[in-house]
Write a new protein. Structure first.
Length: 224
């Protein structure tokens, strides 16, 4: 069953402006009867401002009158609240991360100049004006802006950033940069595994299996 858009505020209004039972109000608002009791006794954690369900188009006075005349009657909502759907627009960023946006924008501008302001705005969820001011260093807080990877800051995923950079590079007619930050680690790991396989192949029969870092058994060691 549909519930009012603001159930606690609606319950507060019904408690103050009708003779409906607590059970009826609780059923209509989708709340526990003890919550209605707390609202009636002003024991709720915060003082609620009542919301008129008649003006909101969720109840009619005739429906309230039916309920007041019969305590067993359950109120029927005229229409459910409109579902708010987010329209297309800038990415939503939690309040706790919004202060990190300038740092992420600065990092993209410095490391990927081929990415347009519009693409940065869509990825980070900001305005062209903010990006422009960071780009020309006229931002009010430019002295405190430090370029930081937006992925590390949690403003976007690595996959989203890589896809954006690749798209911008293609549009600019340049080769998309490749992430080489882990190349050294990969090469070292490959050499280590190769050495361990060779040692395992030359080990005497019955010798203990070679172990990988962390104590894992080398999966490439042959077992008879």
């Amino acid at each position: 069953m549909s519930q009012p858009l603001m159930p606690h505020a609606t319950a507060s209004w019904l408690v103050d402006n009708s003779a409906l039972s607590f059970e009826q109000i609780a059923a209509f608002c989708g709340l526990h009867i003890l919550e209605i009791q707390a609202i009636a006794d002003d024991m709720a954690a915060t003082k609620l401002t009542g919301r008129d369900p008649i003006r909101a188009g969720e109840l009619s006075q005739a429906e309230i009158d039916k309920g007041q005349a019969d305590p067993a009657y359950r109120l029927v909502m005229l229409k459910g609240p409109e579902q708010v759907r987010r329209t297309k627009g800038p990415r939503y960023t939690p309040v706790s991360k919004r202060q990190d946006k300038p740092d992420g924008i600065s990092w993209i501008i410095r490391n990927h100049p081929e990415v347009s302001d519009g693409q940065i705005g869509k990825l980070i969820g900001t305005t062209r004006d903010t990006i422009s001011k960071i780009r020309d260093r006229s931002h009010w807080n430019i002295a405190n802006i430090t370029p930081k990877d937006p992925v590390t800051l949690g403003l976007c995923s690595q996959r989203e950033l890589d896809a954006l950079v690749a798209k911008a590079a293609k549009a600019a007619g340049i080769e998309a940069p490749t992430d080489t930050r882990l190349d050294g680690d990969r090469s070292a790991l490959i050499e280590e595994l190769r050495a361990q396989r060779e040692a395992a192949a030359n080990a005497p029969e019955g010798a203990a299996p070679n172990l990988l870092p962390g104590g894992m058994v080398d999966p490439f060691k042959r077992r008879d």
